[in-house]
Design a binder for this molecule. Structure first.
Ligand code: FES
Length: 263
């Protein structure tokens, strides 16, 4: 578990990219330069009535800048949405284990399946995998309004977009879109709603794969205080499942090891 450090970050931009979805760019060299795909940061509001930070997954990062995408769903994220360029926020250094990219080799194929806001951490993952010479297939699903499609296409990825409404792209789930498009790959990575992760993990296993699943949707406080993020995990070789905190032990687990129906 990494030591948490809080740094001050300057807002470079904070803009809507879809209905209720904001992209926040922060000048935060210490956090950005350490970021691995699938990790998250805790972002603190300046409102003393909102004590807990908001865990937000890292969508992208370079040596100086963190890109975070968040849904405006409560008081904390509404507070962020009102922030202006030049304002300072307190943000943690990267937290969580992130995706394990050491298992992927040059020339391998990887399938990235994202659901809604869960598509965001897959962008940084896609960049890292591209640098490793991996062939990328991406399936991203949304209720009605997609985002990040162009960013994934810019990686040279084969991209399919799905919407629940059918207004844009494939009418159905990202998993169904991927399978219909024949996107089975050697390595599967996914992030999104728990129900989606469950079906992706099952489909991967049925094909002899083991998906890396990011369970960030289950996070509350992001630093071990609320215990709202516990999942049962049966680690390889273990006889009984153990309770794991998504924020401390995850958010990424192997799909074959998570008890999706038991929480
Ligand atoms: Fe609160 Fe894990 S998110 S304990």
């Amino acid at each position: 578990m990494e030591a948490k450090k809080i740094v001050t970050a300057e807002i470079l931009s904070n803009r809507p990219i879809a209905k209720g979805i904001m992209e926040l760019k922060l000048l935060a060299p210490e956090s950005a330069s350490q970021a691995k795909p699938g990790q998250f940061v805790n972002v603190y509001t300046g409102d003393s009535s909102l004590l807990l930070p908001r865990p937000i997954s890292i969508c992208d990062a370079d040596d100086t800048t963190l890109t975070l995408i968040y849904a405006v769903v409560g008081k904390g994220t509404a507070w962020f949405a009102d922030c202006c360029v030049g304002q300072e926020l307190r943000v943690s250094t990267p937290l969580g284990n992130g995706f394990d990219v050491s298992v992927v080799r040059e020339g391998d194929t990887a399938l990235l399946i994202g659901g809604g806001i869960g598509s965001c951490p897959l962008l940084k993952l896609g960049k890292v995998l591209k640098e490793k010479g991996v062939k990328l297939n991406v399936a991203i699903g949304f209720r009605d309004e997609p985002f990040l499609e162009e960013e994934f296409r810019a990686l040279g990825a084969n991209v399919v977009v799905a919407t629940d409404s059918g207004r844009v792209g494939y009418h159905g789930t990202a998993l169904a879109a991927a399978m219909d498009a024949g996107m089975d790959c050697e390595h599967w990575f996914t992030c999104g709603p728990k129900i989606m992760l469950k079906f992706v993990a099952k489909e991967a296993m049925a094909r002899g794969r083991d998906a890396q699943v990011s369970m960030e949707e289950r996070m509350g406080c992001g630093y071990g205080a609320c215990v709202g993020c516990v999942v049962d995990v049966l680690e390889r070789g273990a006889e009984a499942p153990v309770r794991k905190k998504v924020c401390k032990d995850g958010p990424v687990f192997l799909g074959s090891e998570v008890f999706f129906d038991e929480q």
